[in-house]
Design a protein around this ligand. Structure first.
Ligand code: SAH
Ligand code: SF4
Length: 375
């Protein structure tokens, strides 16, 4: 398409934004605003169309007026890799130097989860996480979060599939970035993704993972109704301070109090505790028992994540036997199948391996700027 990229994109707007934009542009008169919004919404979010010409229940003139003023184009896919185990990873470029990774993880039962990013990079620097080494480039907009889901639906060819047949059934905010540092956009994206006349992925099938931004937990629950996952990784402040440095600001006791107060928490809506298995760091039977004690009374699932190495990482993954022993203690305490199978490791698509080229671009941009600055 040869359209200038500056046209506003309708594909990632919330319903109220869409209606306002249509009327403000003059392409739609106020008396038709509601109807046109509903029509366009369905085409974009139920059928995934990216061309106004496909909107056959809208008159030709209006379609032409829309096409002059707006775009529905997807962002650019810089690369697409498919792993031997069926994991698909897309590198998506929203603007020069603004790239994220999105990963589809098919499940054995036919369903599957899309792991989306909420930021380009991350301000936090958890010592075992590749994204954390990148620094923050910027928050993603709601439209950019939604675009990741749209790209996956395009690729999987699932726009008009009956929901029972769709492989993309769940969404996890476990890609790049800390979603609770970008809650406004995460919440707006969820409004769009969960809309029943659109992508229609229920809020109960969306999990937001946080490193523990305690003051935002309540807002997350109230505004999104999403399932909560907490990157715990240690049960003592002394160790968690090292692994997840945000712990220095919101220590474990505060975090636990925030989790207990999470809106809607119940046996049907449990919090997931993520715990990365780091050899010789947090993986002893005593650590497992401490974990069980710490979360006692909270409706919870536990996800043990074998550490996924990345170039330059200083940790090692715990041995299989150590992970099994740890898991056995959790199982005895009533937590079912707690070990997460690493997926997509061969394409660096597993948890904590994501890191875009954005930093390199920024570094080269910095180098280009440097002579001018010092001149
Ligand atoms: N920033 C959010 C969400 C993204 S990280 C958070 O930290 O929760 C998603 C999960 O992957 C987190 O539990 C994170 O701790 C974990 N993770 C990060 N690096 C990892 C690695 N190298 N191996 C395994 N899991 C990792
Ligand atoms: Fe950021 Fe999460 Fe990685 Fe920590 S684990 S650096 S919070 S993306």
């Amino acid at each position: 398409m040869s359209k200038p990229v500056t046209l506003p994109n309708l594909a990632g707007m919330t319903r109220p934004e869409l209606q306002t934009a249509l009327v403000a542009s003059g392409a739609v008169t106020p008396d038709k605003a509601r109807m046109r919004t509903a029509q366009i919404w369905r085409w974009v979010h139920s059928f995934g169309v990216t061309d106004f010409a496909a909107m056959t229940d809208i008159g030709k003139e209006t379609r032409a007026a829309l096409a002059e003023r707006f775009t529905l184009a997807r962002p650019e896919i810089t690369s697409r890799q498919e792993s031997v185990d069926g994991v698909i990873k897309w590198l998506i470029r929203f603007a020069p130097g603004v790239e994220v990774e999105t990963v589809f993880i098919p499940d054995v039962a036919g369903s599957g989860a899309l792991c989306v990013s909420s930021q380009v990079g991350c301000t936090l620097n958890c010592s075992f996480c590749h994204t954390g080494t990148q620094g923050l480039v910027r928050n993603l907009t709601a439209a950019e979060i939604v675009a990741q889901v749209q790209i996956a639906r395009d690729d999987l060819g699932e726009w008009i599939a009956p929901s029972a047949e769709r492989r993309l059934s769940n969404i996890v905010f476990m890609g790049m970035g800390e979603p609770l540092y970008n809650l406004d956009n995460v919440a707006a994206a969820l409004d769009i993704i969960s809309d029943n006349e659109g992508i229609a992925i229920s809020r109960r099938r969306v999990t937001v993972s946080t490193s523990g931004v305690v003051p935002e937990l309540r807002g997350l629950g109230e505004r999104t109704g999403a399932m909560l996952a907490i990157s715990l990784h240690a049960t003592r402040d002394e160790l968690r301070d090292q692994l997840v440095p945000i712990n220095r600001r919101y220590p474990i006791a505060e975090l636990m109090a925030g989790i207990r107060a999470y809106p809607g928490l119940s046996n049907a809506k449990r919090v997931t505790f993520e715990y990365v298995m780091l050899k010789g760091v947090n993986d002893t039977p005593a650590d497992a028992k401490a974990l069980v004690r710490l979360i006692a009374g909270i409706p919870a699932k536990i996800n043990l994540i074998p550490f996924n190495p990345w170039p330059g990482s200083s940790f090692e993954c715990s041995d299989r036997a150590t992970i099994d022993a740890f898991a056995t203690i959790l199982k005895r305490a009533g937590y079912a199948s707690p070990v997460r199978k690493p997926r997509g490791r061969d394409i660096l698509a597993a948890c904590g391996q994501l890191k875009s080229e954005s930093e390199k671009l920024r570094a080269s941009a910095r180098r280009r700027l440097a002579p001018a600055e010092t001149a």
